[in-house]
Design a protein around this ligand. Sequence first.
Ligand SMILES: Cc1ncc(COP(=O)(O)O)c(C=O)c1O
Ligand SMILES: [Zn+2]
Length: 406
Amino acid sequence: MDLRCVACGERSPHDPLLLSCPRCGEALEVLLAPEVLAGKPEFAGRGVWRYGPLLPGGPAVSLGEGDTGLHRCERLGRDLGIPRLFVKNEGENPTGSFKDRGMTVGISLAIAAGVRAVACASTGNTSASMAAYAARAGLPAFVLVPAGRVAAGKLSQAVAHGAAIAEVEGSFDEAMELVLELARTRREVYLLNSINPYRLEGQKTLAFEVCEALGEAPDAVVLPMGNAGNVSAVWKGFQEFRALGRIGRLPRMIGVQAEGAAPLVRVLRDGASECRVERPETVATAIRIGAPVNWRKAVAAVRLSGGEAGTVTDAEILAAQRDLARLEGLFVEPAAASPIAYLRKRRIPEAATVVCVATGHGLKDPDAVGTAPVRRRRVPANLEALRAAFSEVWPGSGAHGLPIGS
Ligand SMILES: Cc1ncc(COP(=O)(O)O)c(C=O)c1O
Ligand SMILES: [Zn+2]
């Protein structure tokens, strides 16, 4: 598995410690060896490592990641006018986000390479995942997060797993620059951000699972973009399954960003020359990113797939989060609801089968639910008061003969 620079095309031999192009410094991607694709690999077992023949290294550290549910959402689909709407619920991963798919691969390689410690900058989920896998591997973990900008559930995971946490007085983008510098100057600290092309190899397995579950690629895949590693990884997965002859077509990749943090949409939709916004802002803290490190890969994924990129407002994100929770029983964090928010306002032409990637669990960010209308009262401990309370919260419940009023 060689590495190739996404900017200048320079090729380098497999090296888990090489995280940027030696010629121009840009991001790298992993190339599957032609003999792997020609050899018709067999898949066995479950989860991410079912696809071991298409992954670098072996499963040295695993928590049972992958194999998340692909939920058909008929009620929401009807509402949005999509004949076959599916939600791939990545909150079902061990630490509650898609990051685990990449982390099992990244940490396994880190151990094989003999690194002494791992590090990342994170809007929350990467640090939660890396801290868990590092704990399992017995490696020290160093995380940089923007101070006061990380959802409570995610921070508590990093704390619980014993990571050393630096709350950086600055934005995520500043934390990212800092950790890149740290990794450059201290080679024994292994960087597990999505700039690490090997971590993204694990994340491509989402595409494989979708293809195997549906028997074909969907018409469109909709997912949030932050640092934009995931959209790139998932696109790579579909391309590899196509090259293997496992699917006959490729899906359109639809990337969604929050209105206040949309550098990629500015490039893809508005033709901006620079992929950067200052002071990104959104309730979806996971994608509050102004300078995505994988922007070149994401631009290629959206353009080559014939897809598109667009924005949603915070209010639209929170409404979509409520819809998923109340209509489909799927509780996802705000960033993870942004694809549904996008489909609510934009019809994807000729897309009958659409897969939305719900990237993280709702419990990650309990505070975000604070703005939803609440049906909740404090009641004295007697039946009369209980009935009164429920008929107030749920008007007509008594009149309709529902059990609570009878
Ligand atoms: C829940 C969630 N959704 C989406 C993203 C964005 O993923 P990417 O940075 O690969 O674009 C993240 C990244 O932290 C995330 O945690
Ligand atoms: Zn290069």
